[in-house]
Write a protein that binds this ligand. Structure first.
Ligand code: TZP
Ligand code: MG
Length: 223
């Protein structure tokens, strides 16, 4: 898969889910990923903080095998690994996600390989602009609200969404405390793409939850 094809897919993406091992037990990772695929998420990130690398590779390869290919009749989500650009190739991931305290985008790309997407977390307008200049293929913007998934970060507030949209061209995924309850105000503030972690993972019916969120996102226009 070429970088151009991956970027084209990213340009259409609206709903980003994270299989976070802080919420999903190791023996549930594949089943939950399958539910997210059934829900039609556009990106699926595997986030296994504090796992040994060998374990991340093992489960990551199983995830890759489970996710439908891009050219399948119903294509699967882009598969993104959190951290560890050096493991991307052997897992066959489509991309890697780095934070402000991780590697620079260029270093992550050099380690992950030429065709791989690189996403970066940002928490301010300056960081968002800098991430695009650094060459990030997409950015995360947040946390919009206080969230137990990232407890050490101060919320950035909904006002940042519009300011980033005015300055940045790469896709922006709004994150942090996004859920079905907050989604209307997040969309009203200008968000067109979202990441939902805990509320989605805890929902009793992941495919149905995804369908409702996708319908709400589809009611807003991508520029
Ligand atoms: N980066 C900024 S907020 C966040 C990350 C990974 C966590 C979002 O999780 P939740 O549970 O959807 O608030
Ligand atoms: Mg990181």
């Amino acid at each position: 898969m070429t970088l151009d094809r991956r970027r084209a897919r990213l340009a259409e993406a609206r709903l980003y889910a994270i299989v976070d091992t802080g919420y999903v037990a190791a023996d549930r990772v594949l089943a939950v990923a399958g539910e997210l695929v059934r829900g039609g998420v556009d990106l699926l990130q595997f986030r296994a903080k504090n796992w040994p690398q060998a374990e991340i590779v093992k489960v990551g390869r199983a995830l890759r095998a489970l996710l439908p290919a891009f050219d399948a009749p119903r294509p699967g989500p882009l598969f993104i690994l959190n951290d560890h650009p050096g493991l991307v190739e052997e897992m066959g991931a489509d991309g890697v996600h780095v934070g402000q305290d991780d590697l620079a985008v260029a270093s992550a790309r050099a380690q992950a390989g030429a065709g791989v997407l690189v996403g970066k977390s940002t928490h301010s307008l300056a960081q968002a602009v800098a991430a695009e200049r650094e060459g990030a293929d997409y950015i995360g913007v947040g946390p919009l609200f206080a969230t137990p998934t990232k407890p050490d970060y101060a919320p950035v507030g909904l006002g940042l969404i519009g300011r980033v949209a005015a300055e940045v061209r790469v896709p922006q995924f709004c994150i942090g405390g996004v859920n079905e309850k907050t989604l209307p105000e997040v969309l009203s503030a200008g968000a067109r793409r979202v990441v939902i972690v805990s509320d989605l993972l805890r929902s009793g019916d992941i495919p149905a939850y995804c369908a409702r969120v996708r319908a709400a996102l589809a009611g807003t226009r991508l520029d």
